[in-house]
Write a protein that binds this ligand. Structure first.
Ligand code: AKG
Ligand code: FE2
Length: 252
């Protein structure tokens, strides 16, 4: 079935778990195997090529796994599910697979967060980002605010760092230490996987005009039990037999 590994060996134990829960994100530099990086690049390049003139409401970037069999096969890949379950516990559902390719000149995205079960932290939602060819902070780089996820605020907004600092971030402190929270800019090598709790504040710097495309895809999983706003799965796909993904596709 899925004999081909997508991840190198890694550790996600108590220590790593504590960092994820304290910061809201956790990076595994270079975790993706070369084979996975190559296949993902091919798949993401294909997704990018079919976006122009695509069907509204069923966009290849938003329903990526429905347009490419390799991306689909990763939903139920044993290493993917092992990682998702290490974060969320045994009871999980697939939520979405979105391509986040950023060609040279791409404007990035402003500060925001995402929602799920704001009233009950027992229900988690994790975004698993595959930064296939990595990024430098000033070139399509992901930015985060460690600790912001603990507010479980699904509506964090800020077009720029300044606006976030003067707005949502003003006067806010880390709930565990009481210390001010700050913006952190990441730089990661090829093959990096980033876990992120969905309520974390995050943004992306613009891609430089002369840079190549930043190839990225995110897989999202959650504990079932609540309505999921970003659940982008067509009924046909929900009912499709995807090896390894049995029981993962339903809302509850
Ligand atoms: O493009 C990225 O690196 C992050 C995009 C994003 O905000 C998301 O998928 O939630
Ligand atoms: Fe986001």
């Amino acid at each position: 079935m899925h004999e081909i590994p997508i991840f190198h060996d890694y550790t996600f134990g108590d220590q790593e778990r504590t960092v994820l829960d304290f910061d809201g994100h956790f990076a595994f530099p270079g975790l993706l195997t070369e084979d996975a990086q190559n296949r993902l690049t091919e798949s993401l390049d294909y997704i990018q090529s079919i976006i122009p003139g695509c069907k509204e409401g069923h966009e290849p970037n938003r329903f990526s796994a429905e347009y490419d069999s390799y991306l689909e096969s990763l939903i139920g890949h044993p290493q993917m599910l092992k990682l998702a379950r290490e974060v969320l516990g045994d009871e999980i559902r697939y939520d979405h697979c979105v391509s986040l390719n950023r060609p040279g000149g791409n404007g990035g995205i402003g500060w925001h967060s995402h929602g799920y079960s704001e009233d009950d932290p027992r229900y988690g939602f994790v975004r698993i980002f595959f930064y296939v060819n990595g990024f430098e902070a000033d070139d399509g780089g992901l930015k985060v605010v460690p600790g912001s996820h603990l507010y479980r605020d699904p509506k964090i907004h800020g077009a720029t760092d300044e606006i976030l600092r003067e707005g949502w971030l003003a006067g806010k402190t880390h709930k565990e230490t009481g210390k001010p929270m700050n913006i952190e800019e990441l730089s990661v090598p090829s093959g990096t996987v980033v876990l992120m709790w969905t309520h974390a504040a995050h943004a992306v710097n613009p891609r430089k005009p002369d840079s190549d495309t930043r190839w990225t895809v995110v897989y999202a999983y959650r504990n079932p039990g609540k309505d999921a706003g970003a659940r982008w799965i067509t009924p046909e796909f929900e009912n499709k037999n995807i090896p390894g993904a049995e029981g993962l596709m339903s809302l509850y």
